[in-house]
Design a protein around this ligand. Structure first.
Ligand code: MN
Length: 243
């Protein structure tokens, strides 16, 4: 199993989490929030090829870190994976909306020039604006919409753009998230923890906790959990096959 959206570098003890993930045979898409975090975070993957480090610039840091875009460009050839990137339309990030759009557009352009990347995308309260940009940059690669929380029409648009979806226990805690997962194409669903920003019983979710989503997906899809696990594993393979 692969946790397709985890902030490994932001746990208090990232090395212990990486070691435990290896012991449990769990893969991780280790996303970053700034280009300057990439080198240090990719060190966590040394000796563990099941950890793939994504180069990111989080929309909530767009204003503060847009000066790191040249570093993003320099590092992009080092990885097949980009994230966490995207747009955040929450009121508290309204002021940075122009910087967010600029940064996301520059990143998608760079991905196009690089021949396409696997891109883990944040779209909180901004699903339509994210889809606008993804549609304007069709050769930017394969988007994985992480913790998608848009409307059903926005979901249909994302499906038409051939987006993938990473789904975790926190997203599935509410009926809206479950309704979205029921409408997602089963061959484009992946698992995520979004740890350490998500928690359970007062503890941050770890990469292996992404598997907790399987029981809920099993109810929503009306399939046995082992079948859901096999579907997800098949999806992981098909996404990574072309890299
Ligand atoms: Mn995240």
């Amino acid at each position: 199993m692969i946790d397709f959206h985890c902030h490994l570098d932001l746990y208090p003890n990232p090395v212990a989490i990486a070691d435990e993930a290896k012991r449990r045979n769990i893969g991780v898409l280790s996303v970053t929030t700034t280009p300057s975090a990439w080198r240090g975070t990719s060190n966590l993957a040394v000796g563990n090829p099941a950890i793939r480090t994504a180069l990111g610039l989080h929309p909530q840091l767009a204003s503060e870190r847009r000066h790191e875009l040249p570093l993003f460009q320099d590092l992009l050839s080092s990885t097949d994976f980009v994230g966490e990137v995207g747009l955040d339309g929450s009121p508290e990030h309204h002021e940075s909306r122009n910087d967010q759009r600029f940064v996301f557009r520059e990143i998608l352009r760079a991905c196009e020039r690089a021949g396409g990347k696997v891109v883990s995308v944040h779209s909180r309260r901004a699903a339509s604006a994210v889809m606008d940009q993804l549609e304007q940059h069709p050769r930017s690669g394969t988007p994985i919409l992480h913790w998608f929380s848009g409307t059903q029409p926005e979901l249909r648009r994302a499906i038409a753009r051939e987006c993938w979806f990473s789904v975790g226990p926190s997203m599935l805690a509410g009926s809206k998230g479950r309704g979205l997962v029921s409408a997602m194409p089963r061959n484009r669903v992946l698992l995520e923890s979004d740890g350490p920003f998500t928690g359970r019983n007062g503890r941050p979710l770890a990469p292996w906790d992404a598997a907790l989503a399987i029981d809920t997906i099993s109810h929503v899809w009306n399939l046995p959990p082992d079948v859901v696990a096999a579907v997800v594993q098949n999806n992981e393979r098909s996404l990574l096959r072309h890299l």
